[in-house]
Design a protein around this ligand. Structure first.
Ligand code: HEC
Length: 162
């Protein structure tokens, strides 16, 4: 009797998990931050260099960029702020006015490969350097794409009022 009850419960559980695996991947993929706050479902154009060229970044590209940002950058740059040095935030305005400017994908990648102070005069001692042996070109592109899209769209991104 008891064994039968357990067996039915087990079968029910296995069946539920299998049903979930079949019907949920579409929902599991939806990242509400990317969809609602960054307003991305179709690929969006993001500036890649200071010659005005853009490249399309897909929803999946930006989901990967966000994951990398959360893993490696958010401890200091949560919400685009810069906790150890608040005036130098990741807002579009701050990125634009840096020397050299950091408001396109290529320029942001150059910064990540070799972080510098805001006026470009010396190495940044605090920001995390991202060598090629750690994140490949496509990964840093998605990371930069995420930062720029968030800087453009996310409310409250890059606040300096901490
Ligand atoms: C340990 C803290 C820390 C971590 C982790 C960190 N940063 Fe930074 N970052 C800083 C600080 C501090 C500055 C400001 C420059 C300075 O004071 O050296 C900065 C500056 C920057 C800037 C320039 C902002 C501007 O307005 O010019 C960018 C872009 C940036 N970081 C990107 C990143 C990315 C991408 C990551 C993750 C791969 C990252 N940072 C990880 C501390 C950090």
């Amino acid at each position: 009797m008891l064994v039968q009850a357990f067996r039915s419960i087990l079968i029910f559980c296995v069946a539920s998990i299998m049903w979930g695996a079949v019907s949920f991947p579409a929902y599991a993929r939806v990242d509400p931050y990317i969809r609602q706050y960054l307003q991305v479902s179709e690929p969006v154009p993001i500036a890649i260099n200071d010659r005005g060229e853009t490249r399309l970044f897909s929803y999946d590209n930006l989901v990967e960029g966000k994951k990398l940002f959360e893993l490696h950058c958010a401890s200091c740059h949560v919400g685009g702020a810069t906790l150890p040095n608040p005036p130098v935030s990741l807002s579009l305005e701050a990125l634009k006015q840096a020397t050299p400017p950091r408001d396109t994908v290529e320029q942001l990648i150059a910064f990540m490969r070799h972080p510098m102070s805001y006026d470009g005069s010396e190495d940044s001692l605090l920001c995390r350097e991202v060598p090629e042996s750690w994140l490949a070109q496509s990964e840093v592109e998605n990371l930069a794409g995420f930062i720029l899209r968030a800087a453009e769209k996310a409310k409250g991104w890059g606040s300096t009022k901490l």
